[in-house]
Design a binder for this molecule. Structure first.
Ligand code: ADP
Ligand code: MG
Length: 286
């Protein structure tokens, strides 16, 4: 039987904008020792802006337009920033293939067009020295096997990320970890700013699941692992956590489905608040 106070805990959480899908997750929250986070849209706002355009031979607007023809079909927040800059609209005609954790593939004038990260450029045989950045995320463009240039996009850390991580450490969480598909330099730069304990970067969704397995193996018998994500491509990772927490506002329906806890306002501070509710609930039960 479920102790009555658990319903009180779920009610208190829901008043704080946190949907908990069962009393067992409130109980599990009390045992969470490691919290892993997705970066984009979770620790950062997930609202990118184009900060630099570096074409090889095209004009800057032409490089943006070329990239946007591939990105217009993508739901990724990086894609939205490039499409906004180009000022084009989806007309349902464009088709592109989403290459999860890498970028997108489309066709332009009968030629293959790739837009994405360095890993993608290597995969399609681009051997150019690619310009790098430690502050923004580099989006590279290749058309017909030829490197066309780079677009640098930047996201901002959410206002409440730093206090949320600090509150977790003060409330019994031993380790906080970032699992990101973004490159190592950007991941580490964000990690240093927010004082997260560990950064694992350049991960495809299946690599994130593998990292979750490693984190779980480091825990004691009754200790638990939580994952917090915005849900874009994170569904398998959410499902692999003892407690899967999804950001509900930006998150996809699939993520909200596979999560155990949904944060309706996407505020990282809701995580330590919910842990505090779980603790109070436990004190009432015993
Ligand atoms: P995260 O783990 O930070 O949520 P993703 O798994 O969504 O990141 O993506 C990982 C990386 O793949 C991004 O940092 C970006 O370099 C690249 N990428 C993914 N989708 C796109 C896209 N539509 N356009 C450009 N780059 C993309
Ligand atoms: Mg993501």
């Amino acid at each position: 039987s479920v102790p009555l106070s658990y319903f009180g805990g779920i009610g208190a959480a829901s008043r704080a904008g946190v949907l908990i899908k069962g009393s067992n997750y409130l109980e599990a929250l009390n045992q969470v020792k490691t919290v892993a986070f997705d970066k984009t849209g979770t620790l950062t706002r997930g609202e990118f802006a184009v900060v630099n355009v570096a074409p090889v031979s095209l004009s800057k607007p032409a490089l943006i337009r070329l990239a946007a023809t591939a990105e217009v079909a993508s739901p990724h927040p990086i894609a939205k920033s490039i499409v906004a800059m180009a000022g084009i609209r989806a007309d349902g005609q464009q088709s592109a293939e989403e290459l999860v954790g890498l970028g997108v593939k489309a066709t332009s004038a009968g030629q293959p067009l790739y837009v994405g990260n360095a890993k993608l450029m290597r995969q399609v045989g681009i051997t150019n020295d690619l310009p790098d950045s430690t502050t923004g995320t580099m989006v590279y463009v290749a058309l017909a096997d030829r490197y066309q240039g780079a677009i640098e996009v930047a996201d901002a850390i959410k206002d409440t990320t730093v206090p949320a991580l600090a509150a977790l450490k003060q409330n019994g969480i031993r380790q906080t970890v970032m699992l990101t598909g973004d490159n190592r330099q950007v991941g580490q730069a964000v990690g240093d700013q927010i004082k997260i304990d560990a950064v694992k970067a350049e991960l495809l969704p299946q690599d994130k699941v593998a990292e979750m397995g490693k984190l779980k193996a480091e825990l004691g018998p009754k200790e638990k692992l939580a994952f917090v994500g915005d849900g874009l491509n994170d569904t398998p990772v959410l499902a692999s956590a003892d407690v899967g927490i999804a950001m509900g506002a930006l998150g996809s329906d699939a993520a909200i489905e596979s999560a155990d806890i949904v944060l309706m306002n996407d505020d990282p501070l809701a995580i330590p608040r919910t842990i505090a509710i779980a603790k109070r609930t436990k004190q009432i039960v015993w």
